[in-house]
Design a protein around this ligand. Structure first.
Ligand SMILES: [Zn+2]
Length: 260
């Protein structure tokens, strides 16, 4: 039996359009040599002749400036607010989450034909019947919306399908703790939510997926990619968040493992 790995991550790329632009300062190995020389001289009083280095190069470095919600990342309960009605104390930050939540059997629901807006619990239930799968405790639920086709463009942030509160609650009722999406958010796009709220005055349209996380402890993986390459179920997903102390989210390299 061989195992196939499928990369489910989108890149952190300073060349792509982002509402909060990413900056990427790259130091070449030659610049690294000069930097090392200058630091040694300033802090240790050592004069180092960089021409003695092989190829006159030291080491490269990269400095990124980006939010924790850039690229594929895990939203921790602390992202959703300061209240956690399900436990004593504050909601957990990304460095405090159980690792086993992020290495589990997974299944994919097809939301590609819905368009901008949300789906509800009834949609999810029907989709599970269509693929013939009954979710199990700690499964990772993946939402294939097709939004990753628009990565790097403004439309990626304003056109996609999210979940309403009933859909999230339905998945959590099955013992799911991690819901992933290839879209920017598990909720509908900002402009869609604002427009719906203006029309209806209904507060339940305001980020219901995120706000449900104040009453039910769960995580989202946002900005996944390549979900079209997956079978509906029968594979494992690994998406451990980077251990950022006291942070509400952390980047992840999400990978699917399929036994052939
Ligand atoms: Zn996020």
């Amino acid at each position: 039996m061989t195992m196939r790995l499928i990369d489910l991550s989108s890149a952190v790329d300073a060349d792509q359009w982002e509402p909060e632009p990413v900056t990427h300062l790259s130091m070449s190995p030659a610049q690294g040599a000069q930097h090392m020389h200058d630091e040694m001289a300033a802090h240790l009083g050592i004069e180092f002749d960089i021409s003695k280095l092989p190829d006159r190069e030291f080491l490269n470095n990269d400095i990124f400036t980006l939010t924790t919600h850039t690229g594929t990342h895990v939203d921790a309960p602390a992202h959703y607010g300061t209240r956690a009605s399900y436990r004593e104390g504050p909601p957990r930050t990304v460095d405090q989450l159980p690792l086993e939540w992020f290495h589990q059997n997974a299944f994919v629901l097809d939301l590609t034909k819905v368009g901008t807006g949300t789906v509800d619990a009834e949609f999810i239930a029907k989709e599970l019947v269509r693929i013939g799968y009954e979710p199990r405790r700690l499964d990772i639920a993946l939402l294939h919306t097709g939004a990753d086709d628009r990565i790097g463009t403004p439309a990626y942030f304003s056109e996609f399908t999210g979940l309403d509160g009933s859909a999230v609650a339905f998945l959590l009722d099955h013992g799911i703790r991690v819901i992933g999406t290839d879209a920017f958010s598990l909720d509908a796009p900002f402009p869609y939510i604002i427009e719906k709220f203006r029309e209806t005055g209904d507060e339940s349209v305001l980020w219901p997926a995120h706000f449900l996380g104040r009453d039910r402890e769960y995580c989202q993986i946002e900005r996944l990619a390549n979900l079209a390459d997956l079978p509906a179920y029968g594979f494992t997903v690994s998406a451990f968040p980077v251990k950022l102390a006291r942070a509400g989210a952390g980047w992840a390299r999400a990978v699917a493992m399929i036994d052939d």
